[in-house]
Design a protein around this ligand. Structure first.
Ligand SMILES: [Mg+2]
Length: 260
């Protein structure tokens, strides 16, 4: 279930981060070599993450602390995708945000203003700004006509000492109280893949997506017709693969297999 030469021959690489490059603050085997190989072979590459907390510059600095130099233009987050999507829907609109600075900055950069009285959108990411007061306000604003947006549908996310609720879980109380359903922009929404391809300036035939989750990375690749590489260094085991109705094109132990 793998053809390394086929993977290596691709011109563009879309790479998930958690479970692929690092786990929390621990670098995974082969990450440094992978980036070196991508640079040396003049591949286009983009790190694509559903996390909306950090800006591309902060992600670049995080990798730098772990020992890998990658400039900020090689990162694309669900916060950027959400801001790009909303700016096509309602240019210069207003938002009420439950989330971290990475999300707020992306929305400001896309021309949005913050509004906690009558916003066009309530946008939920993950982060420490989540509390009962913010929930109550979000419910009131959605019932008052604001559209409900989640940056990504992930129900939980890995941290060093276990699992924490992520955006998909944090949106649920607002959906339950208002009877409205959120629209999620991050993976597996193919919108995020299209944005990624546009950033790379690559066609889908020339591109692979490398990820550790079947229900986000792999299904996103399948639905966007981009060749998929599942790595077993994250949340998915070999035994999990048959439980899904779709399968990855390639299965690797980790990204360390890719550099020749
Ligand atoms: Mg991952």
């Amino acid at each position: 279930m793998k053809d390394l030469n086929c993977i290596r021959s691709k011109k563009a690489f879309i790479i998930d981060m958690d479970g692929v490059i690092y786990h929390g603050n621990k670098l995974l085997s082969g990450s440094l070599e992978l980036v070196g190989w991508l640079e040396k072979n003049e591949k286009s590459y983009l790190f694509l993450t559903n996390s909306a907390e950090r800006s591309p510059l902060e992600l670049s600095q995080k990798l730098e602390r772990l020992g890998i130099t990658v400039t900020a233009d090689h990162f694309y987050t669900s916060a950027l995708a959400t801001a790009a999507f909303l700016s096509t829907q309602r240019p210069d609109g207003s938002v009420y945000v439950i989330g971290e600075p990475g999300l707020i900055q992306a929305l400001y950069d896309a021309g949005f203003t913050m509004n906690n009285v009558k916003p066009d959108y309530v946008v939920v990411g993950e982060g420490r700004g989540y509390n009962l007061e913010a929930l109550e306000r979000a419910v009131k604003l959605v019932l008052g006509g604001a559209r409900l947006i989640g940056t990504n549908p992930d129900l939980s996310g890995p941290v060093e000492d276990g699992i924490v609720p992520a955006c998909g879980s944090l949106v649920m109380p607002i959906e339950a109280a208002t009877g409205r359903k959120a629209y999620f922009v991050g993976k597996p929404n193919p919108l995020m893949m299209r944005h990624g391809l546009r950033r790379l300036g690559a066609s889908r035939e020339d591109t692979v997506i490398i990820g550790d989750r079947m229900d986000t990375d792999i299904v996103a690749g399948v639905e966007s017709e981009i060749e998929t590489v599942l790595v077993l260094s994250g949340v998915t085991t070999l035994q999990d693969i048959p439980l899904f109705p779709y399968c990855p094109k390639h299965v690797l132990e980790g990204v360390f297999e890719i550099p020749a």
